[in-house]
Write a protein that binds this ligand. Structure first.
Ligand code: ADP
Length: 398
């Protein structure tokens, strides 16, 4: 049986075809620049072989998914005998508001709820909806499942998710902390529990998803009880281009003092801040590390600020958990940069974290990277959001 995992942006469609229950990736790829006539790019791989059908004409997500389904079922690149071998589509949906606490089979009522959440994620949910509708059109008999970035965090208690704004802003505008990257935080939680041969409800963790976007989560008995991203992914730690936590009064100062519009400030805080804005070099951690190694003082300071901010969140989450079984690093930076992990641990001396240099320098597999003397075990667990979406989709249709 095959699950097609679909992740749509406004002009892109990423997919992975995953066999279940073997969890083998049969094919994966993306269509990019959807909407630009004859400029859409289609790239995919089967069994480790890259295919590059190149420029195609995909005016919308429906045409894009049809290209993908045709490539998977016909010609030299075929991996399926028929499109109907796909048992379900599993869609990444960014925002599920307060309605969705878990993944769901998509019905008309679910579609209406996802539409209602467009107000909360105006850049993402409309694209996710376009992807769902495209798959419904392409294969009407195949079920579609929504897996939400926010769902894992719906277990947060009110003390963690409320902002101290006038209460009607919560009631009227649904302003509260939602949290994101839930699929990743859930995946590493489940993976850690499985490695410990424990049920997820037995583990308490601080999970650190550190990529272009970054968030940390406090996991109590397998459930998210706090997370660093908020109403939007702008809150929390310093990211590639997002500023993370700042005094909100900075916004009004920029408006009244510098005459910047709300739109400009929104773009600055989301796209021109973080590592990129502070260093003026790059949003990419590798570039910032290279510049720091060459003695660039602002890059060095940016690394210190980045690691210090993350260390403070880890310390706060360790403090609110009755016991922490592990601190887990994942995503692009969390999985690949031993130097970044070591810097974070060094910024929290009160936690008594000690890394094993060899284990921390390694790459790839899930592993403990702390030394025996560490007061809290530290782990690296590579995330796999597509696999988590496939698993949750399979669970719902099996
Ligand atoms: P996204 O949030 O877009 O999914 P990723 O999880 O792929 O991003 O993370 C991208 C980040 O990971 C970039 O900042 C990149 O520099 C960083 N990264 C990837 N490999 C390394 C590495 N070997 N050392 C340091 N940073 C790395």
């Amino acid at each position: 049986m095959y699950i097609m995992v679909v992740n749509c942006g406004s002009s892109s469609l990423k997919f992975q075809l995953i066999a279940v229950p073997s969890e083998e990736v049969i094919a994966k790829g993306m269509v990019d620049r959807i909407g630009q006539i004859k400029a859409a790019q289609f790239l995919y791989a089967t069994n480790g072989t890259q295919h590059a059908p190149g420029a195609i004409s995909a005016r919308n997500h429906t045409e894009a998914i049809n290209y993908v389904l045709d490539a998977l079922t016909s010609g030299a690149t075929a991996v399926l005998r028929a499109k109907e071998e796909i048992a379900a589509f599993g869609h990444r949906v960014v925002h599920g508001g307060e309605q969705f606490t878990a993944s769901v089979i998509i019905t008309d009522a679910v579609l209406r709820c996802i539409e209602e959440c467009c107000a909360l994620a105006p850049l993402h949910n409309p694209a996710n909806l376009a992807g769902i509708r495209a798959c419904q059109q392409a294969l009407p008999a195949v079920p579609n499942i929504a897996v939400f970035d926010t769902a894992f965090h719906q277990s947060m208690p009110p003390q963690a998710y409320h902002y101290a704004l006038p209460y009607e802003y919560y009631q009227r505008d649904r302003i509260r902390r939602y949290g994101f990257h839930g699929t990743s935080h859930r995946y590493v939680t489940q993976t850690f529990a499985a490695l410990m041969k424990q049920p997820a409800r037995a583990v308490n963790l601080v999970t650190c998803h550190l990529g272009n976007g970054s968030s940390l989560t406090a996991v109590l008995q397998g459930h998210s009880v706090d997370t660093s991203m908020g109403f939007t992914p702008l809150q929390g730690v310093i990211m590639g281009t997002r500023c993370g936590d700042i005094d909100p009064a900075v916004v009004f100062h920029l408006m009244t003092n510098d005459g910047l519009s709300a739109e400009t400030i929104n773009a600055v805080l989301n796209k021109k801040s973080g590592l990129l804005g502070f260093t003026g070099i790059s949003s990419d951690m590798r570039d910032v590390q290279t510049a720091a190694a060459q003695g660039n003082q602002r890059a060095l300071l940016a690394l210190d600020m980045w690691a210090y901010g993350i260390a403070k969140y880890i310390a706060a989450y360790v403090a609110i958990l009755p016991r922490t079984d592990a601190i887990i690093f994942t995503a692009g930076i969390g999985e690949n940069s031993g130097a970044a992990r070591a810097l974070i641990c060094a910024k929290a001396p009160g936690l008594g974290l000690a890394l094993d240099a060899d284990a921390n320098a390694g790459r790839g597999a899930a592993r403990q990277i702390s030394a025996p003397g560490s007061r809290i075990p530290v782990w690296v667990i590579p995330t796999n959001e597509e696999l988590e979406i496939a698993r949750e989709t399979y669970e719902l249709i099996a």
